[in-house]
Write a protein that binds this ligand. Structure first.
Ligand SMILES: Nc1ncnc2c1ncn2[C@@H]1O[C@H](COP(=O)(O)OP(=O)(O)OP(=O)(O)O)[C@@H](O)[C@H]1O
Length: 412
C-alpha cells in the first residue's frame, strides 16, 4: 500500500490563489487601502494601478497579487454594501480592444452579442450594465505590455478603454470601470508615456516586485505543503532545500520564482507517491529539481576530473545517497580513503584533498557552508547541489572510474 502524500492537489495548480498571502501581504494591503479610500472619495474618483517586476523575472507573484487584491476588494466592499466585480483578462491571448471588451462582457455576464458589435457599443453596454446594477468592476489586465507593443491596437483604442468615463460620461458621474495593470517589467511605464501619456500621468500607484528570497519562498512553500500534503509526508528540511535552491539573492544564482519552487515541491511529492513512499525524501527533491534544472551536470566536466577528484565525488554521492544532509569534510575524507584503497590508488594527503574539494566546488559540483559544531568549533560542511541526484551521480562517476582504472580491486 502506498503512503498518502497529497491531501489536496488543487493547491498545487498554477491558477490557485491562497486565501491568505504569506508574502506580498504588505503590498496587498497597500493596494486594498488605496482602492478603498478611492471608493470613499466618491463619484468620479479614479486612477490606474500598475504592478510590474524586473526584466526576465517570472513567477514572482504579479498575477497572484493582482487577483488576490481584486477578490479581497470585492469582499471588503461587499461588507460596506458596495458591489464590485473582479474581472481577470490576460491580454496576451486577446490582442485587440474588441477581444478584451468581449472578455469583460462575458465575465460580467452581460447579454450583448459580441460579434458584429463595435467596440464603443460594447463599452456602452458595459457602463450601462454597471450603472443599472449599481455595480463596479475592477479589471485586471495581465501582460499589459503586449498591448502596448501590438500594432493592432491604436492609441485611440487604448484611450477609449482606459479612460472610458471621458468617452462615455457616466449618467450619474460615477466611474464604475477601474483597471489594475500587470506587466513584466518597468519598460511598461516608458511605453505608456510614449503611447498614452494621459493615462501614464494618471497612474496612482506603481508596485514593483522583486524576485523572492529563500525566506519568502519558504513561507510560500510551507503554506502549500500544509494545505496540500499530509503532515507526515513533508518536513522543513525538504522545504528548506527547495527554497534555498530557488531563492534569489544578490550573490547567489536562484531565480526567485515561486512557480518553479512550487512545481519542484509538487514533482517531489508526485515522485514519492509514484514510489508508494510514505514521505518525500531529499532524494525526491533532488530528482525533482534536476528534472526542472536548466543546466544539468555536464558530462564533459566530469570526464575532465582526475581520479582522486572522481573518488571524492564518489565518496560524497555514496554518503548522500545513503543518508542525505550535509557532510563534514572528515567524514568525506574517511570514505574517500577507503574507496581509494579499494580501487588501488594511494589516497592523497590532507592539503591536496582540500584542494580537490575546492576545485570541485568551483566547478559547481559541490556546495559548502561553514557551521559551528558544539565540540569542534567552525567546520566546513559539504553537499551536492540540489539539482544533482546523488544516486544518478554515483552511477555516472562509477562508470567513469571503471573506464579509467577498472573496477575495485577489493570490495570498498
Ligand atoms: N505571495 C505568494 N503567496 C503564495 N503563492 C504565490 C505567491 N506568489 C506567487 N505564488 C504562486 O507562484 C506561482 C507564480 O505566481 P504568479 O503567476 O503570480 O507570478 P507572475 O509574476 O505573475 O509570473 P509571470 O511573470 O510568469 O506571469 C503561482 O502558482 C502562485 O500561486
Amino acid at each position: 500500500m502506498g503512503g498518502r502524500i497529497f491531501t489536496d492537489r488543487r493547491v498545487f495548480e498554477e491558477t490557485y490563489v491562497p486565501d491568505i498571502l504569506p508574502v506580498r501581504d504588505k503590498e496587498a494591503e497597500m493596494l486594498l487601502n488605496r482602492y478603498t479610500s478611492r471608493f470613499s472619495e466618491g463619484p468620479g474618483a479614479t486612477d490606474i494601478t500598475v504592478i510590474y517586476g524586473s526584466i526576465g523575472r517570472v513567477g514572482i507573484g504579479k498575477t497572484t497579487l493582482a487577483k488576490y487584491v481584486a477578490h479581497a476588494l470585492q469582499e471588503h466592499l461587499r461588507r460596506r454594501g458596495v458591489n464590485l466585480r473582479p474581472v481577470y483578462i490576460n491580454v496576451y491571448g486577446a490582442p485587440s480592444v474588441h477581444q478584451i471588451l468581449s472578455g469583460i462582457v462575458s465575465e460580467l455576464g452581460i447579454n450583448v452579442p459580441v460579434r458584429g458589435t463595435a467596440a464603443i457599443e460594447m463599452l456602452k453596454a458595459i457602463t450601462d450594465y454597471l450603472y443599472i446594477k449599481d455595480s463596479y468592476a475592477l479589471v485586471v489586465l495581465d501582460e499589459f505590455q503586449s498591448l502596448l507593443m501590438s500594432t493592432r491596437v491604436s492609441n485611440e483604442d487604448l484611450y477609449m478603454l482606459l479612460r472610458v468615463y471621458e468617452e462615455i460620461p457616466p449618467k450619474d458621474n460615477v466611474n464604475r470601470l477601474n483597471f489594475l495593470l500587470v506587466s513584466q517589467d518597468f519598460k511598461v511605464l516608458s511605453y505608456m508615456k510614449e503611447r498614452i501619456p494621459q493615462v501614464e500621468s494618471q497612474i496612482g500607484f506603481k508596485v514593483y516586485l522583486k524576485p523572492y528570497t529563500a525566506d519568502e519562498l519558504r513561507a510560500i512553500l510551507e503554506q502549500r505543503a500544509s494545505l496540500g500534503l499530509a503532515d507526515s509526508a513533508w518536513s522543513h528540511d525538504i522545504i528548506d532545500m527547495i527554497s534555498d535552491y530557488y531563492g534569489y539573492s544578490e550573490t547567489k544564482g536562484g531565480d526567485g520564482s515561486a512557480r518553479r519552487a512550487i512545481l519542484a515541491l509538487r514533482m517531489a511529492a508526485e515522485m514519492a507517491e509514484a514510489e508508494g513512499a510514505i514521505r518525500i525524501t531529499e532524494e525526491h527533491v533532488r530528482r525533482a529539481i534536476s528534472t526542472d534544472a536548466i543546466s544539468n551536470v555536464p558530462l564533459d566536466v566530469m570526464r575532465s576530473l582526475n581520479i582522486h577528484e572522481l573518488l571524492i565525488l564518489l565518496a560524497i554521492s555514496t554518503l548522500i545517497a545513503a543518508k542525505g544532509g550535509w557532510l563534514s569534510t572528515g567524514e568525506i575524507k574517511g570514505e574517500y580513503e577507503s574507496l581509494a584503497r579499494a580501487y588501488g590508488e594511494e589516497p592523497r594527503r590532507h592539503t591536496q584533498f582540500y584542494e580537490y574539494l575546492k576545485d570541485l566546488s568551483n566547478l559547481g559540483l559541490l556546495e559548502s557552508r561553514v557551521t559551528n559544531l558544539p565540540q569542534r568549533g567552525r567546520t566546513t560542511m559539504v553537499r551536492l547541489p540540489p539539482e544533482i541526484p546523488a544516486d544518478r551521480l554515483r552511477e555516472v562517476v562509477e562508470s567513469i572510474i571503471m573506464d579509467r582504472v577498472g573496477g575495485p580491486k577489493i570490495s570498498p
